[in-house]
Design a protein around this ligand. Structure first.
Ligand SMILES: [Zn+2]
Length: 367
């Protein structure tokens, strides 16, 4: 499951290439590197790791963080944005007490193997739960699950899965469908949006790494970059802090209130997500006021994305290289990192602009 997309328009051709370009850009600007080495390797036997680059005051109390690759393959976009920003000058000179932290490839295995999930089919963004107190499953997950496990990647088989999904939606409503489809589930290890049975490597790696690289931080604005939801090539924001809370107010102050109005959504109803990384950050850094947002770059309409999720569950169960597998893989890659140059140029342009905006806000609020 490698064969990643072509190296065009600032997007790397492999995880190793993306990491190399990122390390080079970080080093050129004097960033301080740290990270955690993943026990596995990529398809060529090259090392995998979660890397961080710290710019500015090593003891900074106010930090702007940009992370990518929580959903493996989506890291192609986030990595390209980080590297493009660095090449355009990056954080530049930062006042004392402030810093920028780039977090590269939170799920390096998924990035290197062209999948959203980890080596254990775990959606890392459903893995940050308290495993001692497992959440009750979303109603309908068990009923929907068997219909999502395709026996073959053919149009009739895909159509049958969509018939079952449409019937569920008609019967239970949009919200129940979204919750059951992609809210997160902990009982079907081969299934979609599986949250795991314990913390994944990347989850534990972050818990070790963050106190080391952000130990002095007291205020943090965190952006986790993704792809797949929202208008084509344009940013779409998520923040799950309650309206009126300081974290929400800070998010609105930096990104604009309108960023969180749901305009451009590709979903009729968003799932009630369980186990998101950004919701777990405050507990990882006690004593730090955290305001965290997910920024997605939209790709395709929801049905096409649902096909991609079905494709991955099918692809992971294949043992032989076939024409159907190649077709499914291409469709999967196009869903999360379109090869369209216009999409890639838009993501880089918008992404660099957002990084700059976060950096400027860091300085403005700290000055
Ligand atoms: Zn994602």
């Amino acid at each position: 499951m490698s064969a990643p997309p072509q190296d065009v328009h600032g997007f790397a051709a492999s995880y190793a290439d993306a990491r190399r370009a990122w390390l080079q850009a970080v080093t050129a600007l004097g960033g301080r590197l740290d990270g955690q080495r993943h026990p596995a390797a990529d398809a060529q036997g090259q090392p995998l790791g979660l890397d961080t680059a710290h710019f500015g005051d090593p003891q900074a109390t106010s930090v702007f963080v940009v992370s990518c690759g929580t959903h493996g393959i989506e890291g192609y976009a986030g990595s390209a944005v980080q590297t493009a920003w660095l090449k355009a000058g990056g954080p530049g000179a930062l006042p004392p007490g402030t810093a920028v932290l780039l977090v590269h490839a939170i799920n390096p295995w998924g990035f290197a193997h062209g999948q959203r999930v980890t080596e254990n089919n775990v959606d890392l963004n459903r893995n940050f739960i308290d495993f001692a107190a497992m959440p009750a499953p979303h109603a309908g997950t068990a009923a929907l699950h068997p219909h999502l496990m395709l026996a073959e990647w053919t149009e009739p088989a895909i159509a049958r899965a969509f018939d079952a999904m449409d019937a569920f939606r008609a019967r239970e409503g949009e919200q129940a469908f979204s919750d059951a489809f992609n809210g997160g589930q902990y009982r079907h290890p081969e299934g979609l949006f599986y949250g795991g049975q314990g913390p994944e490597w990347a989850n534990l790696a972050l818990r070790q790494l963050l106190p080391r690289v952000l130990g002095a931080a007291r205020r943090c604005m965190w952006v986790d970059l993704h792809t797949g939801i929202g208008p084509y090539g344009l940013p779409f924001f998520f923040n799950f802090d309650a309206p009126g809370t300081p974290a929400r107010q800070r998010a609105c102050a930096v990104w604009g209130e309108a960023s969180f109005n749901g305009h451009g959504a590709t979903h009729k109803a968003f799932a009630i997500y369980q186990g998101l990384l950004i919701d777990a950050l405050p507990a990882m850094l006690p004593g730090c006021e955290m305001s965290a947002v997910v920024i997605e770059f939209g790709t395709h309409e929801r049905r096409r994305m649902q096909r991609a999720h079905l494709a991955l569950a099918w692809m992971r169960r294949q043992r032989a290289e076939t024409e159907a597998l190649q077709r499914a893989r291409t469709e999967y890659q196009e869903a999360f990192i379109p090869s369209d140059p216009a999409w890639r140029e838009s993501v880089l342009r918008e992404g660099v602009r957002l990084c700059q905006r976060g950096r400027d806000a860091l300085i403005a609020t700290d000055a």
